[in-house]
Design a protein around this ligand. Structure first.
Ligand SMILES: [Zn+2]
Ligand SMILES: [Zn+2]
Length: 175
């Protein structure tokens, strides 16, 4: 959305609010599409003694997979955006200033960039998620797997036979 600020650019003290829904469902991140739901964007632009201050927030619920067990989970995302807006750059420290285009700011660009940058953190279904066994792929949150503890059932039968054989040999020796 383009927010036209021409009516407040030269009027100190004026405030303009905005609220709309941003569609980021096409954004692909690590082979996922986390923004399956609309992103709610809201905020204000304030003319503070001639400087335009944008203060806003993007909120949504992400659909992602747990980084350890791959279970689908939802994560609440809230991204604050604070920046200065200007019609043209004057000073050297321009990094934090967003330039207006014909007196308007492109909110989509500003908020989608902020949302995508905010995706970097890891997502876990719970703090102590045990993840998947690297050998058999079992979800270890549901209980331990058999890797390294018990043998494959078919091998277990064989192991039992061997045990019995040893047992019978012992008896033979005793006899
Ligand atoms: Zn998990
Ligand atoms: Zn396993």
């Amino acid at each position: 959305m383009r927010l036209d600020l021409r009516d407040i650019i030269h009027r100190p003290g004026e405030v303009k609010t905005f609220a709309y829904e941003l569609d980021l469902s096409g954004v692909c991140h690590f082979r996922e599409r986390p923004f399956s739901r609309p992103v709610k964007v809201s905020g204000t632009v304030r003319n503070a003694a001639g400087a335009l201050e944008l203060s806003g927030e993007a909120e949504t619920v992400l659909d992602v997979a747990c980084d350890r067990c791959l279970k689908p989970i939802t994560v609440e995302l809230s991204v604050p955006v604070e920046t200065l807006l200007a019609e043209e750059l004057e000073g050297e420290e321009d990094d934090e200033i967003v330039l207006l285009d014909k007196g308007a700011v492109e909110l989509d660009e500003l908020f989608s960039t902020a949302c995508i940058l905010a995706l970097d953190s890891k997502h876990l279904c719970r703090e102590d998620c045990k993840g998947l066994c690297p050998t058999c792929g079992k979800d270890l949150n549901e209980g331990p797997c058999n890797c390294g503890k018990e043998l494959d059932p078919r091998l277990a039968v064989l192991a039992k036979l061997l045990d019995n054989k040893e047992g019978s040999q012992d008896k033979d020796e005793e006899a």
